[in-house]
Design a protein around this ligand. Structure first.
Ligand code: CDP
Length: 233
């Protein structure tokens, strides 16, 4: 059975999160932020005093992390050790740790396994780096958002979560993650051959959302459990 997933991939600050949230709401699907799950693992690694670059220690930690998923408020959410981490995942400490942690195969296996179980909650819009390539290669529709590095740094700087950093420091931080995310051995950031690529540099969030919602057949994707009769309706 094909999972009923719309995949939205792309690098940091390409507009994925906001657009994916809006697309999910417009289509009555649940939103999934896969990056938040990687951030949660990095947060836990930091909290335990483990060096995020020590792949062996990170691997061992991944085996002991308990992440519980649940649906609520239009999204699939999760708790780590009973806590929903929220804004704690958006600090510069987590930004610095997340890409090396996400490059560790045991971490990718953990998060990919959790994501692949999420279709049990319903139809999904999942955003990330490897959703259309590695996690749900059979996704019903795939989009890849990109934007120039300057524009991405400007956007992230404008968000309150980058408060205190200069635009060039934000650009460096994003650039470091881009390099690690694109060069790792397991599931690097890359464009799925069947993805629709949207350059968002000169587009507003509304324009990008609109393009996705107007893509061929996106509003009429059949439900995964629908039989042939239901699909024809
Ligand atoms: O929101 P932002 O674009 O800054 O990043 P994010 O989506 O929260 O992802 C944070 C980090 O998690 C990325 O830089 C990747 O290292 C990792 N990630 C990944 O490896 N695979 C995914 N599907 C999603 C995120």
């Amino acid at each position: 059975m094909h999972a009923d997933v719309i995949a939205i991939d792309g690098p940091a600050a390409s507009g994925k999160s906001t657009v994916a949230r809006r697309v999910a709401a417009a289509l009555g699907r649940l939103y999934v932020d896969s990056g938040a799950v990687y951030r949660a693992v990095a947060w836990e690694v930091n909290r335990r005093g483990i060096d995020p670059r020590d792949a062996r220690a990170v691997s061992a930690a991944a085996a002991r992390i308990s992440i519980a998923t649940f649906a609520g408020g239009g999204a699939v959410r999760f708790k780590v050790g009973g806590i929903e981490p929220g804004d704690a995942l958006r600090t510069e400490e987590v930004n610095a740790a997340v890409s090396p942690v996400a490059a560790v195969p045991a971490v990718r296996a953990l998060v990919t396994g959790l994501l692949r179980e999420m279709p049990r909650f319903g139809s999904l819009v999942v955003e990330g780096r490897d959703i259309g390539t590695a996690v749900f290669p059979e996704a019903r529709a795939k989009f890849y958002l990109e934007a120039s590095p300057e524009e991405r740094a400007r956007r992230r700087h404008a968000e309150s979560r980058a408060a205190g950093l200069s635009v060039s420091a934000v650009r460096d931080s994003i650039g470091r993650r881009d390099r690690i995310d694109s060069s790792r051995t397991v599931a690097p950031l890359s464009v799925a051959p069947d993805a629709t690529v949207i350059d968002t540099t000169a587009l507003s969030i509304d324009e990008v959302t609109d393009r996705i919602l107007k893509a061929d057949g996106i509003r009429t994707l059949p439900r995964p459990d629908a039989g042939p009769a239901a699909r024809e309706r």
